[in-house]
Design a binder for this molecule. Structure first.
Ligand SMILES: Nc1ncnc2c1ncn2[C@@H]1O[C@H](COP(=O)(O)OP(=O)(O)O)[C@@H](O)[C@H]1O
Ligand SMILES: [Mg+2]
Length: 335
């Protein structure tokens, strides 16, 4: 069933880059000149291999990391320029859930103290009022009040993740960012966490930016999907179109790599040909210093379609049908 999403643009990532300067004078480009928009109430999924810059992108959106180029507009205001009360309000409106919640909660805190924080910090509630709200929060994620007295090491991974979701949604943020929030959980717990998020999103109309590796989940949960490769979006399309209409060779390769329980045991697993080691790092990003003078498509060294032209010029994201953008000159019908 088609869900109605707001048409008003809430987030605009406008030609954003992030270059990390390392001690050995190397410069890693984790996100390169990337643009993306999100409407109110929309669910956007970001997929791509480890190290392609997904976390760096969402950390910049959350205001944890500063971009080295471009603008990130949230309701029209540039996030890196926010200061004082505006920044405080932004931190309230944009909440993040991480993969490893065990590290997010201080081992010295009780779960009750952790859940109380947003009410005290943002709503200036008294301890008594906050405790009342926290009891409601924890019940909402299916845990009972006895958990409030426990410390993080006394909870399982799935329970910790519920606590983090409970805290993230407590103050009804406009944007919920999930950075592989379900990747470390077994499938039944993953489903519980997703149901929680889904339920909240449907109730509150909040937008979700969700990073995952699971293409079936991206397709099922997302309105739109951004496929990232080495700091760039190489394909941007509707969740409904992923399987049948994806065009970029990298997206196709990801789709072909998905295992199915119906697969023949001896089905060959597709693999990426060896990377151009001259400028790529062992895991993700690319070395800015080495990239100087290189102009071709980032994927061409691993692409079966690539020709001389692909090695000369980096393709831009181009619209191939309404809402479907591809950065590939060989596979996009408009050349
Ligand atoms: N703080 C940092 N300092 C230096 N390099 C970083 C930092 N954070 C990320 N990187 C590098 O940026 C690239 C992208 O990382 P990341 O955004 O974590 O990728 P992903 O989330 O897609 O796995 C990687 O090469 C990573 O090593
Ligand atoms: Mg990551």
């Amino acid at each position: 069933m088609e869900r109605e999403t707001g048409t008003r643009e809430m987030l605009c990532v406008d030609h954003v880059s992030k270059v990390f300067e390392l001690e050995n004078r190397k410069r890693i480009c984790a996100v390169e000149n990337l643009s993306l928009t999100m409407n109110r109430g929309e669910r956007v999924m970001v997929v791509g291999e480890s190290g392609c810059g997904k976390s760096t992108l969402v950390r910049m959106i959350a205001g944890i990391e500063m971009p080295t180029g471009g603008r990130i507009l949230f309701n029209g205001k540039n996030v890196p320029d926010l200061r004082g009360e505006e920044l405080r309000q932004y931190r309230r409106q944009v909440q993040m859930v991480f993969q490893d919640s065990g590290h997010v909660i201080s081992p010295r805190m009780t779960i009750g103290e952790f859940l109380r924080e947003p009410w005290v910090c943002f709503e200036r509630k008294s301890r008594r009022e906050a405790d009342e709200l926290v009891r409601y929060s924890i019940q909402r994620v299916g845990l009972d009040e006895t958990y409030l007295r426990r410390r993080p090491h006394q909870l399982s991974g799935g329970e910790l993740q519920r606590i983090c979701v409970a805290r993230a949604i407590a103050l009804h943020p406009q944007l919920l960012i999930c950075d592989e929030a379900t990747s470390a959980l077994d499938v039944s717990v993953q489903k519980q966490i997703l149901d929680l998020i889904r339920e909240h999103v449907e109730e509150s109309g909040c937008s979700v930016l969700f990073i995952c590796h699971d293409l079936a989940l991206a397709e099922n949960f997302g309105d739109r999907i951004a496929v990232m490769y080495r700091g760039n979006i190489v394909e941007w399309l509707s969740g409904d179109h992923l399987r049948r209409q994806a065009l970029h060779p990298y997206t196709r390769l990801l789709l072909d790599s998905v295992f199915s329980i119906y697969d023949e045991p001896d089905k060959p697993i597709p693999f990426l040909p060896e990377e151009d080691v001259r400028f790529c790092l062992p895991e993700g990003g690319f070395d800015e210093n080495e990239k100087q003078g290189r102009t071709g498509c980032l994927f061409c060294a691993r692409c079966e379609w690539a020709d001389e032209e692909c090695r000369k010029k980096c393709p831009e994201l181009r619209q191939v049908s309404p809402g479907h953008f591809v950065a590939c000159r060989k596979r996009s019908p408009i050349v």
